[in-house]
Write a protein that binds this ligand. Structure first.
Ligand code: A2R
Length: 319
């Protein structure tokens, strides 16, 4: 089995390289010219805005499966740079689909990575969200991912392409950027323990309920979908059990070596926070047998340990 991960230098990419390699696949991954992939695999430089380069790479690697992870994946950046976000997430994804459609190798499976954000402003009582629930995206990032998914469906129908689509809900774990809540709380605790921050945690809305899955479970789901997913179907990936942010805070604080107070920061409160977002994950279980296995406690503890080591070594995510 030969796998090509497009967008392999990001948070998920590193975990997916490890997951596929340890399952015995020959793994190739792409990064942008200024990025680095340190995992052991075939590394290729690729910008998905250049379709000729994607075609050349498909010819060179001859993959059985393409995992399309490359994206402008930040909601915040999508508000500031909507055109760029649409260019990468919509036009870039079409480039990938067109390159696969015109590839010499005819049986390439594509795993298209979308997001639980696509559901957006959900109706009351819609949770747990089934894949058949209408999409009502509430930000530019989510809208571009919905568009990517709609176009993928058209490629399945019109060209009989082998595409499996996913809507991944919140995923977390060591090495994640601190713009995400679990990593943010763990980083603050590690900074407090190190004495470089006052013993006060700054938090946002603690009552919102969200569904979190460990990134190591998520990449296992991607691998299983490549193996057993049905072309043309979309799959929710999540734990299927939302928790409130207060639970994450309490769990993270219970692992702290120091006594810490909590302060709500108005800058971290979102006006439009939807109270509960939780997926129905029965479809992926029925088709692949996958369900989340890693506890939230383990995800939080491992993320905190990662920040402790990172701060001890004096490095930051930007380095
Ligand atoms: O934006 P950067 O410099 O971090 O690079 C990202 C890369 N990327 C591209 N790759 C090829 N051609 C492009 N034009 C292009 N623009 C951006 O894709 C980054 O290295 C990678 C995506 O990784 P992350 O942003 O860390 O996303 P993550 O958390 O690994 O999520 C993977 C997928 C994405 O499609 C998300 O939207 C979805 O899962 O949730």
């Amino acid at each position: 089995m030969k796998a090509l991960i497009i967008g392999g230098a990001g948070f998920v990419g590193a975990y997916l390289i490890r997951e596929l390699s340890s399952a015995g696949a020959e793994v190739h991954a792409t990064c942008l010219p200024f990025e680095k992939i340190t995992e052991k695999c075939g590394v290729h430089t690729l910008d998905i805005m250049n379709i000729e380069d994607i075609s050349a790479l498909l010819g060179e690697v001859q993959p059985d499966v393409v995992y399309h992870l490359a994206a402008q994946s930040s909601v915040a950046v999508s508000w500031k740079k909507p055109q760029l976000t649409a260019q990468i997430n919509v036009v870039g994804s079409i480039n990938v689909l067109e390159a696969v459609r015109n590839a010499e190798k005819k049986d390439i499976r594509v795993i298209m990575i979308g997001t639980g954000e696509e559901y957006g402003f959900i109706r009351d009582g819609a949770c747990p969200l089934s894949e058949d629930e209408p999409l009502n995206p509430g930000n530019i990032y989510a809208a571009t991912k919905s568009c990517q998914e709609m176009i993928s469906r058209i490629y399945v129908r019109a060209y009989k392409m082998d595409i499996v689509m996913v809507r991944a809900f919140n995923h977390s774990g060591p090495e994640q950027s601190d713009i995400f809540v679990i990593s943010d709380f763990c980083k603050q605790i590690a900074e407090i323990e190190k004495g470089i921050k006052e013993p006060e945690m700054s938090v946002g809305n603690l009552s919102a309920k969200r569904d979190f899955t460990d990134v190591r479970d998520v990449v296992r789901a991607y691998r299983l979908l490549a193996d057993k997913g049905v072309a043309g179907k979309v799959y929710n990936i999540g734990r299927g059990r939302a928790v409130d942010i207060q639970f994450i805070l309490d769990t993270a604080l219970s692992f702290s070596e120091k006594s810490i107070t909590v302060k709500q920061d108005p800058a971290r409160m979102r006006a439009s926070d939807i109270p509960l977002i939780e997926p129905d994950v029965s479809r992926i279980f029925e088709d692949t047998g996958w369900r989340a296995e890693i506890s939230m406690e383990k995800t939080i503890r491992d993320t905190l340990d990662w920040w402790r080591i990172r701060l001890r070594n004096g490095t930051s995510l930007a380095e």
